[in-house]
Design a protein around this ligand. Structure first.
Ligand SMILES: *Cc1c(COP(=O)(O)O)cnc(C)c1O
Length: 373
């Protein structure tokens, strides 16, 4: 494919991977259509088994989406006494939204300025006997160091939940993300590293009790059919088509993750000093987003746009400044100082060499006209 200057370099293009997989996806869909099972049947069981094996946990529950996965995980650990959820405010608002939906109250801790991940030292500051769970988001694809959180949570009688929506396949010396806390949540929204052809999500755990609670809560609170044992149940199920697509796509995930890392390495090598590209090298990072930190991201975005390159901001408004999340006052100097300084560049496995070259050329020719990064 040759690029003309008028061609856009998109942030993402899901049609490309679907076109490459067209025949296989049609076969997968035909199989589901012919099976007579459409929701939480044999394909979902197979997918739960596949994902549990991939992560290294004993149980996975397929649910409707990643936000429901967070909500159900939170409901499974919250009690009358513990109604607070501690998390970072820069991770897109999903945990806050899920906590509010479960009738819980988010409380924010600050982030590390280098990694942009939740800072355990600040979590220690805000932990108390009201906290049901700490949610650590492996943001942008980078696995957080979970050990300090596990220690703090154990001392405080608090559950540790990993949000792996952006980190599927990221591997630390301790294990794969999703196997490092009490519970883990996943999203298979189409733009994630492992995306379905619609919505999908999962909760993973090696605690059989929690797995049974999440499974019951995801289907009306049923212990058995039509027997409601748990309060707070809902309907949040995965469908057979999504499960079958995910089992098929899981096979090529490691290769796709490596391609993403390679793209980000090229950006790291090309960016001027005023643009800090967050590196994504190594097995602990699956390069979900190519994020740069710079003092004038809107100037950089304009420069990239003259090359036809699309960009986006992940995320423009932190949770504690979102009126709809009914924020309390939070002291988050690092989070606030990084708001308005991040920009995401195109990064998806099917990017062409010419597209990657276009981005690296544009980065090389960038001269920041305002301030210092
Ligand atoms: C996408 C995402 C979610 C939510 O997943 P949905 O399937 O869209 O509900 C949760 N957390 C993070 C970090 C995400 O990126």
């Amino acid at each position: 494919m040759r690029l003309r200057v008028t061609d856009k370099v998109p942030l993402n293009d899901l049609a490309r991977v679907s076109a490459l997989q067209q025949q296989a996806l049609v076969a997968v869909a035909a199989d589901v259509i012919g099976s007579g099972w459409y929701i939480r049947g044999p394909k979902v069981r197979q997918w739960e088994h596949d994902l549990a094996g991939f992560i290294g946990v004993s149980d996975v529950v397929g649910v409707a989406n990643g936000t429901d996965a967070l909500e159900l995980a939170l409901r499974s650990v919250a009690t009358q006494e513990r109604r607070v959820v501690v998390t970072a405010a820069n991770a897109g608002g999903y945990t806050s939204c899920a906590a509010r939906a479960a009738g819980l109250v988010p409380r924010y801790a600050d982030i590390d300025p280098q990694t942009l991940l939740l800072d355990p030292r600040d979590v220690e500051r805000v932990l108390d006997g009201d906290v049901a769970a700490v949610v650590v988001t492996h943001l942008y694809g980078r696995a957080a160091d979970v050990a300090p959180f596990r220690r703090l949570c154990a001392e405080n009688g608090t559950a540790l939940i990993e949000d792996c929506a952006q980190s599927i396949g990221a591997r630390t010396p301790e294990g794969v993300t999703g196997s490092l806390g009490d519970l883990a949540t996943f999203s298979f929204y189409p733009t994630k590293n492992l995306g379905a052809l619609g919505d999908g999500g999962a909760v993973a755990t090696s605690n059989a009790d929690l797995a049974a609670r999440v499974r019951a809560l995801s289907q009306y609170g049923w212990a058995r059919k039509y027997s409601v044992d748990l309060p707070g149940g809902r309907n949040s199920r995965m469908d057979e088509l999504q499960a079958a697509v995910l089992s098929y796509r899981l096979k090529s995930l490691p290769e796709a993750n490596q391609r993403r890392r390679d793209i980000i390495s090229r950006y790291v090598d090309s960016a001027p000093d005023s643009v800090r590209v967050l590196p994504a090298e190594g097995a602990h990072h699956v390069a979900h987003l190519a994020v740069v930190v710079t003092d004038a991201p809107e100037v950089l975005a304009e420069h990239l746009a003259t090359f036809g390159i699309e960009t986006e901001v992940h995320y423009p408004v932190p949770d504690h400044r979102q009126p709809g999340l009914r924020p309390d006052s939070a002291h988050l100097p690092v989070t606030d100082s990084l708001t308005g300084r991040v920009l995401s560049l195109p990064c998806f496995p099917e990017m062409t060499e010419q597209e990657i070259d276009r981005v690296t050329e544009a980065l090389r020719s960038y001269r920041c006209e305002r301030g210092r990064a």
